[in-house]
Every structure is written in C-alpha cells, then in structure tokens.
Design a protein around this ligand. Structure first.
Ligand SMILES: NC(=O)c1ccc[n+]([C@@H]2O[C@H](COP(=O)([O-])OP(=O)(O)OC[C@H]3O[C@@H](n4cnc5c(N)ncnc54)[C@H](OP(=O)(O)O)[C@@H]3O)[C@@H](O)[C@H]2O)c1
Length: 324
C-alpha cells in the first residue's frame, strides 16, 4: 500500500466534502493500492499540521486544535506529495490560490484544484512551472463538478482530434432556465427560488452573467484544444434578459433556451436548443458535448457542483497522479 501525503488548503464546503469522501471511500482508495494521509489543513484563519496524519474524524467534528501558521509557510515547509488547493478565487488576480499553487510547485509538490481563478489568470505560467519541476497540475474539479470531461478527452479520447467542446457548464443558470421553461415563471421569480433552495449563491452575478461559464470555456480551450485564450477573448452574455415570453415562443417551435458555453466559437450565450437534443437536460445538471474526428460526438451529463460530486473529481486527480 502506497501512502499519499496531502496538504489541504481551504476547508470549506469542498474541503470538508473531500475529507468525508476520503474517510467513507477508504476501501475503494485502498483497492487501488493507496492510503491517503492528510498532513496539513489550512484555512484563512490558521492551520493544523501533523506529519503523522491528522485524525480526519476529529477534524470534521471540530475536535482538533488549530494553530496560527500561515498557509504559504505550511505549503513550503511541510513535507507532502500534493497540495489540494480548494479556496475561493478572485477572477481578476487569481489570488489567493495562484500564490498557493506557485509555492506548492516551487516546493516540489503536485497540485490538484477545484479553484478556477488561478487557471483563468495564470494557466500557462502554472503549467510551465509544473513541467519545469517535473510535477503535475490537475484541475478536473474546476469544470463540470463530477463530470470527468478533462480526463475523458486526455485519456479515453487520446489520439482523437478534439474539434469542439460546448454545453451547459453552470448548474445555477440551468436551474433557473428549467424553472422558467417548465413552470412559466419569469426570471426574477426563478432566481429568487434558486436562492431559496440553495441552487444560487447570495450573490449569483458570475453565474447569471455568464462569467462562471466563460471561465470553464477558457480552461477547456487552453487545456484540451491547445488554444491560448484569456477571458477578454470570449464573447460573453448571460441570462438576465431572457423573458418568460421568449421561453414560450421557443417552446411553441420545439425549442428551449439554455446558456451554452462554446469553446470553438469562444462564446457564452443563451441559445435555442431543440427539445430532443442531448443538451436539453433539466434542473441543475450540466451537459457537455465533445466533438471529435474519430469517435464522433459524445455527450456527458452529470452534477456540476456539490461537495461529494466535486470530491469525486478531486480524488480521481489525486489517484491518477499517485498512480503515475
Ligand atoms: N461548492 C461547489 O459545489 C464547487 C464545485 C466546484 C468547484 N468549486 C470551487 O472550489 C473552491 C472552494 O469552494 P467552497 O464551496 O468549498 O468554498 P467555501 O465553502 O467558501 O470555503 C473556502 C475555504 O477556503 C478558505 N480560505 C480562504 N482563503 C484562504 C487562504 N488564504 N488560505 C487558506 N484557506 C483559505 C476559507 O477559510 P476561512 O473559512 O477561514 O475563510 C474556507 O475554509 C472554490 O474555488 C469554488 O469555486 C466549488
């Protein structure tokens, strides 16, 4: 059994979900020949470091004492195989995640992340740094939550030319548009309901305006289609102006309206989608269509967010790095 030593940076919704999954799925992780040992956990307020491995049950129960060591210092000075970067990021600066990732790679640790912003701001820089140090940077959890779109394109579709990737990359907007379509309610009421039921954040601006989807389009384009694009290269419009009347007209002619991110067209916009199209998925689901030269078209549908679902992608990246 090989032990993987992890530093977890960011112990919020996703960090806690990951730790729960490490505990619950330790038999599955063990069956792949690995044991995960968490040697440090960092939050903005402080850190816990234990080279023998933190007691994860006690950590979740809040029974472990936090120290005041700063995140960058912990990343630099704690021996570990990988850093899991799970903090919220600033889309303009990539911080604090960008500095966490740079420090991890400079101190010879692989990086796995669910945080889009550092990749939006500094993808090439991070990739070059990883490659210079013979390390891996993996980010499956940044796009489509549980949907394994990056590993599918890189591994299962290796040898194919990826001609385009487009689809629904944001669960909040899909939830709102589905409500409008199925219940005939207007945008404001659907948004209010999405907030009430926890499908939209208190401030859903990035989701509604298409910026969250654009970040994912950028990551996929740079990672899988060899583009070198920044947010400013994308044409982005959101769903704020969709009316219930527009939705009714679409329906009358056999369509619905979805917010579609399209890597090839470098665009995020509401589009008419035929009712029988594979991208017509309801609720908060994500659906990603991959166009290839050899395999043709594939559509993957799944949950685009959630602590458990995101930990599926994080664990997959951790085990794939450890397996190599
Ligand atoms: N939620 C989802 O379903 C989902 C899905 C896919 C990807 N993501 C992405 O995953 C990341 C984490 O999301 P989340 O929902 O877990 O966020 P969250 O609940 O807000 O938790 C964020 C955590 O990061 C910590 N943090 C902030 N600044 C830090 C710093 N400088 N050093 C160390 N820790 C720091 C916070 O610590 P304090 O509490 O001390 O401030 C908190 O523990 C985000 O980038 C998000 O976009 C989320």
């Amino acid at each position: 059994m090989k032990t993987i030593d992890l530093i977890i940076v960011g112990f919020g919704n996703i960090g806690r979900g990951l730790v729960s999954s490490i505990i619950e799925n330790s038999p599955e992780i063990g069956s792949k020949g690995f044991k995960i040992k968490v040697v440090a956990v960092c939050e903005a307020k402080g850190s816990i470091v234990d080279s023998n491995g933190i007691d994860l049950k006690k950590l979740l129960e809040g029974k472990v004492k936090w120290g005041d060591e700063k995140t960058l210092e912990v990343i630099k000075s704690t021996p570990a195989d990988m850093v899991l970067e799970l903090t919220p990021g600033n889309i303009k600066t990539g911080e604090p995640g960008l500095s966490h990732m740079i420090t991890a790679l400079e101190s010879k640790k692989h990086v796995v992340t669910s945080n889009k912003s550092p990749l939006v701001v500094g993808y090439r820089r991070l990739l070059d740094l990883a490659s210079k140090n013979d390390l891996k940077l993996r980010y499956e959890a940044t796009v489509g939550g549980a949907i394994p779109v990056i590993s599918c394109c890189e591994r299962e579709l290796a040898g194919n030319r990826i001609k385009n990737i487009y689809g629904i990359f944001n669960g909040t907007t899909n939830y709102i548009l589905t409500k409008m379509d199925e219940e005939g309610v207007d945008f404001e009421s659907a948004l209010a309901e999405a907030k009430e039921s926890g499908y939209a954040e208190t401030d859903p601006t990035y989701d509604i305006s298409g910026i969250d989807t654009a970040s994912k389009v950028l990551i996929l384009g740079n990672a899988l289609m060899n583009l070198d694009i920044a947010l400013k290269d994308l044409e982005v419009s959101g769903i704020e102006k969709i009316t219930s009347e527009a939705m009714d007209v679409a329906k009358k002619y056999g369509y619905t309206i979805k917010l579609i991110g399209d890597v090839g067209k470098r665009e995020v916009a509401p589009r008419l989608v035929p009712l029988d199209h594979p991208l017509n998925v309801g609720g908060s689901l994500n659906a990603i269509l991959i166009e290839t030269d050899l395999a043709g078209e594939l559509t993957i549908i799944g949950k685009g967010a959630g602590a458990k679902e995101t930990s599926s992608a994080l664990l997959s990246d951790v085990l794939s790095i450890a397996g190599n």
